[in-house]
Write a protein that binds this ligand. Structure first.
Ligand code: HEM
Length: 508
């Protein structure tokens, strides 16, 4: 049992060398920390021996108390704590912090297994949270151990939807592969977005999510057998190499060539690729090339003639964004993905899923901004009042909440359609709505991020501390508006797809 003290006892420890403070009902001995304190000694000295709760929560995130729990020596006798530190896996009780089904509202979409699954995934992610955050601060590479841990927990494989690739995978909460659906997948992306800074997330799963389906669905069976499992278990890494300096969304204009050797045993690949997410870390490049009569996809293994160098983007070096050069790279013909000259089919095949993944992450990112702002507005005091007591702040929050909720409801509908349509129907009916939803998602992020930053003020543009999430969001949300089909192309595609189904007989 932890020690208890009276407030009078704490008050007796009020000098620089013997310095205790009370935060909520816990007592901290900061004598050895005062000179190490990142905020300097002065603010703590002023509160030596006193209750520092209000000042503490005005300046620190609660996670600081978890990180420095070694300084806690006990609690105040007979007093009940006002604030609780969430346990791993626990859902937030802040209004709108969880989607409605997870905050006590009725929903037609989720079964018991989804609730258990979220709890387990949240626990796993909580264990890794500090490591992810540090990667964003240090611009580090997601380590092999981290990738393997994600692989072992089954979470990497759960990032790419339901399907035969889940056979033999240890899915959290004991979900059976045949039970796993797109709502389970949504939960995975939401939980990643809650914990993993956006750029780091791209370094960890961004490249993988868009590339592994090309192997699972189009590689020759023996090539799939040889590599897919290692990639799903985080032992090897893969990226998708399509865009080039000359062409982003306009895939038909790529210039990288693959010429068949005279004996027909391999292709010789030459060309360059740009903005390749996690390319710096990848052993495999699922690559769009120009063959004699069209576009083809090849699985290229890192080796002689393959070079990657870092592109300095604004979100995070941890994303491993690369400029890739292929210089006379020999690729065995068996590494062809799909059919020669029909690579477009491979490229297009995963667009709906890739965008859906981005929507799921975007939804959770917007929601987390709401939670952060509600907490901050409730605890931050200015001009003698809490921020939430200012109508202008409540108006911004209303704007944020309504956009997040509206978007999430659409997303749940689309996810439901994914669960109940076969691949052909998904391709036929969902490309337009998913494109429009992506357009809507990134407009939502733009607005939410802007409001959140104004609510957090200087902290919203500071990488560490109270506003670190909002700063990260400001710095990264644009990536979702550009990658996976730019906002403008998404909007246009959505309307063009709708017009394909416009009835000829309809007139105003
Ligand atoms: C358990 C006790 C405490 C711990 C572990 C702690 C730890 C920290 C840490 C890690 C930071 C850096 C946060 C960042 O990244 O921006 C910080 C900043 C700061 N702390 Fe503390 N602190 C404690 C108590 C206090 C108390 C009692 C005060 C009194 C007011 C205080 C005042 C400050 C100030 C003024 C800053 C700078 C905040 C800013 O840059 O906006 N701290 N503290």
């Amino acid at each position: 049992m932890s020690k208890t003290f009276t407030r009078e006892e704490v008050a007796r420890h009020a000098s620089e060398n013997d310095l205790w403070v009370i935060i909520d009902t816990d007592v901290y001995d900061l004598s050895n920390f005062v000179d190490l304190h990142p905020g300097g000694a002065f603010p703590i000295l002023e509160l030596a021996g006193k209750d520092a709760t209000t000042d503490f929560y005005g300046l620190h995130r609660q996670e600081v108390l978890v990180k420095y729990k070694r300084y806690k020596i006990g609690s105040i006798a007979g007093e009940k704590a006002q604030f609780s530190i969430p346990q791993p896996g626990e859902l937030s009780k802040v209004p709108y912090a969880e989607s409605s089904a997870f905050s006590g509202f009725k929903s037609p979409y989720y079964k018991e297994s989804h609730f258990q699954f979220r709890t387990e995934v949240r626990k796993i992610m909580a264990e890794l949270a500090e490591e992810f955050r540090e990667l964003d601060q240090t611009d580090g590479k997601p380590s092999d151990e981290l990738m393997q841990k994600l692989g072992e927990t089954g979470l990497l494989a759960c990032n790419v939807g339901p399907g035969p690739h889940l056979k033999g995978i240890n899915i959290p909460a004991g979900v059976k592969p045949e039970e796993f659906d797109y709502f389970h997948e949504m939960i995975v992306h939401e939980e990643f977005a809650r914990v993993v800074p956006r750029g780091v997330d791209d370094g960890v799963i961004g490249g993988f999510v868009i590339a592994i389906p090309t192997v699972l669905n189009f590689a020759k069976p023996h090539i799939r057998e040889k590599h897919a499992r290692d990639i799903l278990l985080g032992k090897k890494r893969i990226c998708l190499a399509i865009t080039e300096p000359y062409t982003g969304s306009d895939v038909s204009r790529i210039r990288t060539t693959a010429k068949l050797s005279a004996d027909g045993s391999h292709y010789i690949v030459n060309g360059v690729k740009k903005w390749i997410t996690s390319g710096r870390y990848a052993q495999f490049f699922s690559t769009a090339v120009r063959t004699d009569k069209g576009l083809s996809m090849l699985l290229i293994e890192r080796g002689e003639g393959v070079e990657t160098k870092a592109i300095r983007t604004s979100y995070s070096p941890s994303a491993g964004t690369a400029y890739v050069t292929f210089d006379n790279v020999k690729v065995p013909v068996e590494n062809l993905l799909g059919v020669e000259n029909q690579g477009f089919k491979v490229v297009l095949s995963n667009f709906n899923h890739e965008r859906l993944v981005m929507l799921m992450g975007a939804s959770a990112a917007g929601r987390l901004a709401v939670e952060e702002c509600l907490k901050w507005a409730n605890q931050r005091k200015v001009f003698g009042k809490r921020l939430i007591d200012q109508p202008v702040i409540r108006n911004k929050l209303a704007n944020m909440i309504s956009q997040v909720e509206a978007f999430h409801n659409w997303l749940e509908n689309l996810t439901f359609q994914m669960n109940h349509m076969n691949y052909a129907e998904q391709s036929e009916k969902l490309a337009g709505p998913i494109a429009l939803a992506k357009y809507q998602a990134t407009r939502m992020l733009h607005n939410v991020s802007d409001d959140a930053c104004q609510i957090f003020g200087g902290r919203g543009i500071t990488k560490t501390g109270m506003g670190r999430y909002v700063e990260m969001m400001q710095r990264t949300y644009k990536f979702s508006a550009i990658l996976g089909g730019s906002e403008e192309i998404m909007a246009d595609l959505g309307v063009r797809q709708a017009m394909k189904h416009f009835p000829k007989e309809a007139r105003l």
